[in-house]
Design a protein around this ligand. Sequence first.
Ligand code: PLP
Length: 488
Amino acid sequence: MRARSGLEHVEPTIFERGAPGRTGVQVPCGEAGPARIPASLLRKQPPLLPEVSELEAVRHFTRLSRLNYGVDLGLYPLGSCTMKYNPKVCEDAAAMPGFTNLHPMLPDGMVQGALEVMFELEHDLCELSGMSGMTLLPAAGAHGELTGMKVIRAALEARGDGRRKVLIPDTAHGTNPATSTLNGFQVVPIKSSEKGTLDPAVVAAAMTDEVAAIMITNPNTLGLFETNLFEVSQIVHAKGGFVYGDGANFNAIIGKYRPACLGLDVIQFNLHKTFSTPHGGGGPGSGPVGVVRSLMPFLPVPRVSKDEAGVFSLREDFSQSIGRVRTFQGQFLVMVRALMYIRALGAEGCRRVSERAVLNANYVRVRLQDRFHLPYPGPCMHEVVFSEKFHKKAGVETMDIAKRLMDYGYHPPTVYFPLVVHGAIMIEPTETEDKAALDEFVETMEKILDEVAASPDALHQAPRLTSISRPDEVMAARNPVLTWKPGV
Ligand SMILES: *Cc1c(COP(=O)(O)O)cnc(C)c1O
């Protein structure tokens, strides 16, 4: 058993260490020190802070860092999130002083290189998606959705069309209905078929001239390719609606098919999932949005353009634009990583990314499908979703299995999502894991199922080897205690 942190009990915090009067550094306070602060502003009591030596402070933070888990430590099969290894060469590119020292208000003439990076990335993303225009401004996937749906709304308004309904399949990501609602649309849920994909007849029945758009996640959150996408697009277009594609799962299709060719009008990318930006913990993201030609006038500003002499500039003179969606030019360094990633891989490498991502998920599927219930049989795309059916019978919840995986040194997969699968376990191994790593993971899952059969009760106690076992997750998310207060 690989204990992840080596901590079998809760370590004392830095606040419980040290002793009064102990200190890490001696800073001489000469005449320029505290005396310059007026006496009335000086605190009367010294602050209640831990008094520790330098070594104790260093050990405290080093210990904390070892409580963390990341892709650079091990497999992180968090379905839907695409937690894959990000090549360090992309980090090197983003750390170049020519990029990091830029100020967003420098005149165009001084930032031609940066504008070229943006221009080229827009071009590459258009190439991959088949779209005609692109904005790099949105700060994340959900923000990209918001921007894309604003563009659709503006296009409807420009033609004097007040339709306000948006069709959303039950396999969509939760951000899709939220985006629609935030944009003033009403959500109409669409049931997917037994196969877990969209049924054109169901879409046709719901498609009226009150429907502004359909929002489709493809591959959907069951990890399945929407095989009827082209037909669905035709049905929606015939009634004057738009087809929005949630492209957060682009990792499964990069270089394989162009969404615009199957009738999508708008798509957002998640650069922080597919194109090499480490994420998790709320780090920077980027959610570029691509649109077909007819929607280009509505894209947000500023837009990067290149004149005949090859000079780049940021332009705001687009009268039908939805305006600004983000301060300055967006998350520039995420764009640098994405361009580096695409250019380092090349067209062939991009295709191999999705081939490997899909192959790896199917390898896990085939090896585990006899022991975990597979509600939608057959090949999947980049992630595989099992249900609780088998282990629930043995008295074990999906959560117990997820928690037990932590004892074996793994980040758990996504659980209880998508909602259409009871007690879902959603595994996304990504293309960056090799066969040995996948075998080790599968064997661990099998070992846990053996434990389920032997003593299901023991699993309710998992994890036992982490510093914290089962916190109240709702409380932890709603009322996080992020600072230490003396005496609490
Ligand atoms: C992650 C994800 C989103 C949201 O992206 P954020 O960058 O987290 O806002 C939307 N749709 C799908 C399918 C996703 O996987």
